[in-house]
Design a protein around this ligand. Structure first.
Ligand code: ATP
Length: 236
């Protein structure tokens, strides 16, 4: 289990997170809702130590403190971030991008087996394996970004806005795939502005507003909460 206690984060004078405490239980999908600037990306960045902010508090994985460990050490413990905006290597092919996810683990690991696992999840990438990332559609790029993370054999995937910029049909497809990956035993922490879809696939959700946790609960219950409905769900 991942347990965050009293986590605060600052960028210089700007407080991005203010005493946030939450838990992500193994093999669950946990969504984090919040509007622009609420601190969602900062929270994922703190967990993976991939943001340049000052952190205070505690982040424990199975009871062991991970706050302050290097990003590589955190990845090797199984926590892998899929950053907002995909951040692929544009000039590299699909397969080269995927192999970057196994970088550092290639010796002693059967990366080809991992590659086959990614292609089984995303069959569309098989026919595009030699195409450079820059020429892929947004949905395909997102698949590569998630696939690259899977190459690191995560026990927990941290997804930052996977639906950003995608057409509604693709959004649904990506979320269904996230659920499928979770079905293979991977815990998921999902940051999303598409609250409706995020709640649809989540077991539990938290609401972050201006760096503070303002609500939490099982996803089906939060989906009926009047504040959540008016602030994040709006009209169907
Ligand atoms: P969005 O949905 O727009 O990505 P978010 O909820 O992920 O928003 P964050 O990106 O975590 O929010 O930002 C939280 C706050 O921290 C914002 O006020 C933002 O301006 C500030 N912030 C984020 N990154 C930096 C940075 N590198 N330097 C200074 N301030 C930052």
């Amino acid at each position: 289990m991942l347990e965050i206690s009293d986590l605060s984060a600052r960028y210089g004078a700007i407080a991005a997170l203010d005493h946030v405490s939450l838990r992500v239980e193994n093999e669950k999908v946990v969504s984090l809702l919040g509007s622009n600037g609420a601190g969602k990306s900062t929270l994922l960045g703190c967990i993976t130590n991939s943001v340049s902010c000052r952190m205070q508090g505690s982040i424990r994985l199975d009871g062991k403190e991970i706050l302050g460990l290097s990003t590589d050490a955190i990845i090797s413990r199984g926590l892998v971030l899929v950053p907002e905006g995909r951040q692929l290597f544009n000039d590299l092919t699909v397969e080269e991008n995927l192999r970057m996810g196994a970088y550092g683990f290639e010796h002693g690991r059967k990366w080809r087996t991992d590659l086959e696992r990614v292609y089984a999840l995303f069959p569309r990438l098989v026919e595009r394996r030699r195409q450079v990332a820059a020429t892929l559609s947004g949905g395909e790029q997102q698949m590569v970004a998630i696939g690259r993370a899977i190459m690191a054999r995560p026990r927990m995937l941290l997804l930052d806005e996977p639906s950003l910029g995608l057409a509604p049909r693709l959004v649904r497809e990506i979320f269904n795939l996230v659920r499928e990956i979770n079905g293979q035993g991977v815990t998921v922490m999902l940051v999303e502005q598409n609250a409706r879809q995020a709640l649809r696939i989540a077991d539990f959700a938290y609401v972050l507003e201006k760096g503070r946790l303002m609500g939490s609960g099982p996803a089906p219950i939060l989906a009926k909460d009047p504040h959540v409905v008016s602030a994040y769900l709006g009209e169907e």
